[in-house]
Design a protein around this ligand. Structure first.
Ligand code: FES
Length: 898
């Protein structure tokens, strides 16, 4: 046994050590003794109000939850008088509740405590009468079961940061209520489920079969630990099932990113799984109509038509869009199929549309295509610079953790045209005109240099490109940058000082940086700030960290579902990289880089692309300039689509293959801070739906090829043989250790959570400053199109909405809004709630006006969660000059008569 560390303490005669700052309750539990603790939750600050956790410490009776463990303390828990005091406290609480609070089958923590103390239902002598609030699809309040412990209120404020709940009333009448009055559904609640998960009595529950289940309970039904399939945060979730159906999805207390928290999507939005609209049989187009067929027929037809396409136009006449929603192993097989079976590099994934500028920019600046630091480290930063991201809505668990960190004292600079959730708590909110990021970042860099806030030693020893950048920055004094961006010069100075003077700053950014005509320049100019301050790859800060959009957009790219790189980012043009893959696959690997997604559509329109396989992307809803995307699909002789639902894209396909969802799959995802995490099937796919992994293998077999890799575990192992950065990863290891970040070349060593501590991964080992001048966006407002449209996400929905619109989330957010400023509403005579048409040079959409000050005058905002609104008919096919990432964030539009 090693030496004891932390605070030495004695509990009922047992010596043990607990970490500094631990409470006596933690110490008692560490000693293996259970205490009732009805107002306590490890995720929350202690309240010490219920008095059910009484112990004696050094002779004094104290509440264990609020008493810090002190060195040498002697704690007693087991004496008769203490047991009596605790029992009295529990009985007093129970006595105010109606008898149904303690029924023998009640799963609540209070009922469990009472049963363990021998307190029967007769102890509950209160009456019903305060009523219920069942206005919300996911949260039900039974006021008569509330004991006013305040756990829900603290969960909402301390963990979620929404502050939607409060305690109202006095004395025994105290009860939780939405803080703004009115019903729960009308409140600010964002349905993270935190209150449901912490409530100890069943006063706040999820309606339906999950009622009363919380993450703190011992498993009573089958549970499957998996990784959320919504955004790129990578929350660990515990899926509870009964008789093959999901009854609840709970946040895992030890989830490495979510720490026992979740959001409305991962927690509740699984109703899509059993939607009657779910695809359960393959469909084949005959006589212009999609008809159900068997798998053999669908696969044989697809294989035959693929051969026809290759026969007519060669392997490069076929392309695949792989899926950022699918597992690593699915993506690995899709790109292997395209390269090894068909002989083309025509494979891409939707990172093309979101973070391809991050991949290009971060690789050029630092050497690898990923964020530089772990999110745990980011949460240690004393200054956060959050740019072009709205994590409170788009990555809610990260948003909650960032907000929590700010509320505990970290400085916050937000750079975003809109007043996004975090901006309300920012020390400085910079609101640049959309499309002017590069000028903004240069303006900040100019001030860092001018005020001597740079790390000269770091620049000398570990960076390159300084003279060129210094020369460029001469042209970006604050006054000029203010003119370009619309950000006041004094705000630029304040922001630069906060970041530059911080001891350990961190940059977090989103699609507001990448989805621009010069998105890669934006990433690189943003990375300049961290390099100038020596705040990357060092102990002087926590680097530059992109918030990935989709659950596995990092992994889809890592696995080589890209036209120019193989798994692990080796270039297809590099003979050594190809030869390593050829050794493993036993076939030649094509040398010429393949088509990017926009090029695939262009090739389809010209007739050069004869077959397109779309694996789980609704390109007709999410890709820009939809009218031209649909033209491409209509022109392509064979379109094959793996899907959950008959999406806009599937409707145009010739073959639709019903696919399993993330809750029905085995494999791994890579989250936004490069952690590989296991995905495990909690339930089988419905009907005849199959996993993408099985579909790819079956299609290969139908073409007479054997892809090997009988299981996802074998696929990841094979990937590790091709890509040294993944060689240390395996399903077995992830099952044993939980999350493991890449690079991870060695099965016996941990992965690298923080990158570049010794050298950058660039050819010369240095960080590369970029000196790219500011260039204007592809579209500017003019007299004909006077408003700038920005698109993004809203909290209740996700991407094209195919999963969140099939379930309760639609009740939370049923309408596609166009947000506009009151000045513009007045100027164009638009009333709140009125239907409006929006027109751009590319198309027209219909939305409902929502007037507010979150958008700046002259700008409008909408999501793309409702394909029928046609928002992406508006967006242009302007794209990042380096990566072809579309310029979603800047489209000139006008309002028109609907
Ligand atoms: Fe300690 Fe409530 S749990 S006083």
């Amino acid at each position: 046994m090693g030496p004891m560390t932390g605070i030495g303490i004695e509990v009922d005669g047992i010596g043990l050590a607990v970490p500094d700052g631990a409470s006596l309750l933690t110490a008692v539990r560490a000693a293996g003794t259970e205490l009732p603790a009805l107002c306590s939750d490890d995720r929350l600050s202690p309240a010490g109000s219920c008095r059910t956790c009484l112990v004696r410490a050094d002779g004094r009776v104290v509440a264990a939850c609020v008493t810090p463990a002190s060195p040498g303390a002697r704690v007693e828990t087991a004496t008769d008088d203490l047991a009596c005091l605790r029992r009295d406290a529990v009985e007093l609480i129970a006595s105010a509740l109606p008898p149904r609070a303690l029924t023998v089958d009640s799963p609540s923590e209070l009922a469990h405590v009472c049963r363990s103390m021998g307190i029967g239902p007769e102890a509950a002598r209160g009456a019903d009468g305060r009523g219920e609030d069942d206005s919300h699809p996911y949260v039900r309040l039974d006021r008569d079961l509330c004991i006013a412990c305040g756990r829900c209120v603290r969960m909402c404020s301390e963990v979620q940061g929404t502050f939607a709940l409060t305690l109202v009333g006095r004395g025994g009448d105290t009860v939780v209520a939405p803080g703004a009055g009115g019903t729960w559904a009308e409140s600010d609640c964002v349905a993270c489920g935190g209150c449901v998960d912490t409530c100890p009595t069943g006063a706040i529950t999820q309606p339906g079969p999950a009622r009363g289940l919380t993450s703190g309970m011992r498993p009573a039904a089958a549970r499957t630990l998996t990784t959320c399939g919504y955004c790129g945060v990578g929350c660990t979730l515990d899926v509870v099932t009964r008789e093959g159906e999901i009854t609840a999805v709970l946040p895992a207390r030890d989830g490495p990113v979510n720490h026992g928290h979740a959001c409305v999507k991962g927690r509740f939005a699984h109703g899509f799984r059993t939607s009657p609209e779910r695809l359960t049989r393959p469909l084949l187009r005959r006589g212009g109509v999609l008809e159900p067929v068997g798998w053999d027929e669908a696969l044989a037809h697809t294989a035959r038509e693929l051969r026809v396409a290759v026969g007519a136009g060669g392997p490069d006449a076929v392309a695949a869009i792989s899926s950022a929603r699918a597992t690593n192993e699915d993506n690995y097989l899709v790109q292997k199929f395209m390269r090894a079976v068909l002989g083309t590099n025509n494979v891409d994934n939707c990172s093309r549309l979101c973070h391809s500028p991050s991949a290009a920019g971060l690789t050029a600046s630092f050497g690898l295509s990923g964020g530089t630091d772990s999110f745990d480290d980011v949460q240690r930063a004393d200054c956060l610079l959050v740019v072009g991201a709205n994590p409170v809505e788009a990555h809610p668990v990260v948003g909650a953790r960032l907000l929590n960190h700010v509320l505990h004292g970290a400085a916050l600079v937000v750079a975003d045209p809109r007043a996004v959730g975090l901006a309300l708590h920012a020390d400085v909110h910079l609101r640049p005109r959309p499309g002017t990021n590069v000028a903004l970042f240069h303006g900040l860099a100019h001030i860092l240099l001018a005020e001597g806030l740079v790390d000269e030693e770091f620049l000398r020893e570990r960076a390159t490109g300084l003279p060129e950048l210094v020369a460029l920055l001469d042209d970006y004094p604050p006054e000029r940058v203010a003119g370009i961006t619309g950000v006041p010069a004094e705000d630029l100075v304040a922001a630069a000082r906060l970041y530059g003077r911080a001891e350990r700053p961190a940059v977090v950014y989103g699609l507001g940086v990448t989805e621009h005509l010069h998105g890669t320049d934006g990433v690189r100019s943003l990375a300049n700030l961290a390099i100038l301050c020596g705040a990357v790859g060092s102990d002087r800060g926590y680097g530059v960290n992109p918030l990935r959009g989709q659950n596995n957009v990092q992994g889809a790219s890592d696995m080589g579902a890209l036209p120019d790189v193989l798994p692990g980012y080796g270039k297809v043009t590099d003979p050594a990289v190809r030869s390593r893959a050829e050794d493993v696959w036993g076939v030649p690997v094509p040398e010429r880089p393949g088509l990017r997604i926009p090029d695939m559509f262009a090739a389809a329109r010209t007739g050069d692309l004869r077959a397109l396989w779309v694996v789980g992307e609704d390109v007709c809803a999410t890709d820009p300039d939809t009218n031209r995307v649909t033209q491409a699909l209509d022109a392509c002789p064979l379109v094959v689509c793996n899907e959950l639902f008959l999406s806009e894209t599937a409707r145009r396909a010739d073959v639709v293959l019903p696919a399993a969802s993330w809750l029905e799959k085995d494999g791994t995802f890579v989250n936004f801070d490069r952690r590989f995490q296991r995905v495990r099937p909690a339930v089988p796919p419905p009907g005849e739906a199959r996993t993408d992994f099985d579909i790819v293998r079956a299609l290969a077999a139908a073409m007479g090829a054997d892809l090997g890799c009988a299981t996802p575990a074998e696929a990841l192992a094979e990937c590790g043989r091709l890509a040294p950065v993944f060689a240390g990863l395996s399903h077995d290891r992830l099952d044993r250790e939980g999350a493991v970040p890449w690079p991870c070349p060695d099965p016996g060593r941990p992965g690298e959570a923080k990158l570049y501590t010794r050298r950058f991964a660039t050819p010369d080992g240095r960080a590369h400053l970029a000196a790219a001048p500011y260039l204007p966006p592809g579209e500017e407002p003019d007299d004909a199109y006077p408003l700038l449209l920005v698109t993004g996400r809203r909290w209740a929905h996700y991407n094209s909405g195919s999963m969140t619109r099939h379930g309760g989330n639609l009740a939370l957010d049923p309408v596609d809004f166009l947000d506009l400023h009151p000045d513009d509403a007045h100027r164009y005579g638009v009333r709140d709630g009125e239907r409006v048409a929006v027109e751009s040079r590319h198309g027209r959409a219909r939305l409902v006006a929502r007037i507010g000050e979150r958008t700046a005058p002259g700008q409008v905002f909408c999501s793309f969660h409702f394909p029928t609104s046609g928002v992406n008919r508006l967006t242009s096919d302007h794209a990042d000059t380096v990566t072809s990432c579309p310029e979603y964030k800047v489209t000139a539009v006008r309002l028109a008569v609907p």
